[in-house]
Design a protein around this ligand. Sequence first.
Ligand SMILES: *Cc1c(COP(=O)(O)O)cnc(C)c1O
Length: 220
Amino acid sequence: MKIADNIRRIETELDGRAQLIAVTKTKPVDMLREAYEAGCRKFGENKVQEMVEKYPLLPGDIEWHLIGHLQTNKVKYVAPFVALIHSVDSLKLLQEINKQAAKNNRIINCLLQIYIADEETKFGLLPDEAEDLLNEPMLESLPNIRIVGLMGLATNTENEIQIRQEFRGLKQLYDKLATINRKNVQFSELSMGMSGDYLIAVEEGSTLVRVGSAIFGNRV
Ligand SMILES: *Cc1c(COP(=O)(O)O)cnc(C)c1O
């Protein structure tokens, strides 16, 4: 099926309940253009280098979302243009994002990545660690970052009950942490759901779904 058809189908399913981020990692720029023509303005990449390479080749009104693990030494490459960093998991990383955002005279929006999956390999903070980070006094000294919510990846399983439970837990944590009221902590986004589970995620309160293969086909 064509990219444009896939996007239209998914947008219809979402029905305005969540925003679609087209995950374009490993896909050639031609395919990104096709998605752009079909109306997509939010693109997600998981690698800094790939995002930095694609960014200048595409229209300037695209929002670039960094969804993969971010090393502190690479923040400077995306700081000039990134719209939202979904994968923040430490104070050290926030400090570096703040520093690079200040250099570019901007405020960079961030999500805290929360560990919700029953898997060893996924990055993220535990709920208590996220709460501690949001209450960290040092955040006062980071005026160029804004933490706008949470991100999580469910376990890669066919078990929909488990996936739903993981998303529901993340939404509960989101609701709890959203009561924290600080200048640079203003919750509005909950990033959860991928090709295999975005409909469950939206039912459980996602505001941003990150969908790759259901739009562009499987990655090889
Ligand atoms: C690759 C990726 C996605 C999209 O995965 P699909 O299953 O292809 O939709 C979503 N989120 C993250 C963090 C990813 O790395």
